[in-house]
Design a protein around this ligand. Structure first.
Ligand code: SF4
Length: 387
């Protein structure tokens, strides 16, 4: 029995945040209904392929253990669509569900929507809060205020969500170290089960990029951004939020199972535009154009929605395994590596690992190889060794 995760991409938002380069649309609401129809078809068709392969090609049976509905802003669309998507998954797949997450953004969600999610089987919320200072939220084009976030959080608790993640961003325009400290303290007080801490990445083709380029906005230096990260990291660790990945912290037992599966190089299937999949050592994705995605379904040419990325060989699979596992604070489990690849990690990557160790970017113990504190800041240099 093979455990596989499902990712569903809902690419609609009320407004484009200034820093965002995700595949998300804020002016294509007229496509929502058609898009969800295609999503449901895609879910059913993939389920049929899995069943067929199992029956006629002796493939291992598949059971779904995690669902992640991300975006975009999944909470922006009518919750009846989320319910339909969950029902389709329930009817089409064998489930042994450990976690079903939906991303929600304050100001796009109300009590009724949250209740619908709960009834549909969603047991984890990921709320995009980012900051507690309204002035900073406005600077990055978020549509909500801190009090909108608090309202969403309290309703979620009231109706019984007992597994909630809060997203926080650092390195934002006008954000000072003191602001980050204040945000972290306020979030700790709220007592969520999980906290994600993301650094702002200035992407080309975003409004923020233009604003910074035209010197209308200045960002803090990398050095101060790193101080924000480490101050937040220490405070979270001190307060019972154990860091288990570069950007993720949780109370014991509340690590994101869906994301951990990805970092453990387990399989997942993505549905909807721009979603990525990893099955049978093959990485592939769906196309990014929502119009084309829908059109291909209308013309019964949905195979054109798929873009093949790579079929991994043993070497590329090992390299990727190293990179993914090094994202985790525990790092690579040396025994586990040997079990999967039938060889010792030091036999294969000894030279690279020693080099990174000499640079003090990774630490090596009897059981694990993991990033050092310095490595957390310079993880890109570590990844470069394994691409
Ligand atoms: S809500 Fe998320 S996906 Fe939508 S524009 Fe903002 S950052 Fe991008």
């Amino acid at each position: 029995m093979k455990k596989v995760g499902i990712y569903i991409h809902i690419p609609f938002c009320k407004q484009k945040c200034y820093y965002c380069d995700f595949i998300s649309y804020c002016n294509k609401d007229y496509l929502i209904c058609d898009y969800v129809k295609c999503l449901k078809t895609e879910l059913k068709e993939v389920a049929n392929v899995i069943k067929y392969n199992c029956k006629y090609n002796n493939s291992e049976p598949v059971v779904i253990d995690t669902i992640y509905i991300g975006g975009g802003t999944p909470s922006y669309i009518d919750s009846k669509y989320i319910k339909e998507i969950m029902e389709t998954i329930n009817k089409s797949y064998e489930l042994d569900l450990e976690e079903a997450t939906i991303e929600v953004n304050p100001k796009t969600v109300d009590e009724l929507k949250l209740k619908t999610y709960k009834e549909a089987g969603i047991n984890r919320l990921s709320i995009g809060m980012q900051e507690t200072k309204d002035e900073i939220l406005k600077k990055i084009g978020r549509i909500h205020t801190y009090s909108d976030f608090l309202k969403t959080y309290r309703i979620a608790r009231k109706i019984g969500f007992d597994n909630i993640n809060i997203d926080i961003m650092i390195g934002l325009p006008n954000q000072k170290l003191e602001d980050v400290k204040d945000t972290i303290n306020k979030v700790i007080e709220l007592n969520p089960e999980h906290i994600s801490l993301y650094s702002l990445i200035l992407e080309e083709n975003t409004k923020l990029y233009e604003l910074v380029k035209n010197k209308e906005i200045t960002l803090e230096t990398d050095e101060i951004e790193r101080r924000m990260y480490h101050s937040a990291r220490k405070n979270l660790n001190r307060n019972g939020y154990k860091q288990y990945e570069i950007s993720n912290f949780s109370k014991k037992g509340y690590e994101s199972k869906h994301n951990l599966n990805c970092w453990n190089q387990n399989e997942y299937i993505g549905f909807g535009v721009a979603s990525h999949s990893y099955t049978d050592n093959i990485r592939y994705s769906n196309i990014e154009s929502i119009e084309q995605y829908i059109e291909n379904y209308k013309q019964n040419k949905q195979e054109n929605n798929i873009i093949f990325h790579e079929k991994q060989n043993e070497q590329s699979k090992m390299m990727e395994y190293i990179m993914l596992n090094l994202r985790k604070i525990k790092g690579i489990n040396i025994c586990e590596f040997k079990k999967v690849f039938k060889d010792d990690v030091m036999n294969i990557f000894g030279e690279k690992i020693s080099k990174l160790h000499n640079q003090k970017l990774i630490k090596i113990s009897r059981s694990n190889i993991a990033l050092t504190i310095k490595g957390l800041d310079l993880a890109n240099i570590v990844w470069q060794e394994f691409v």
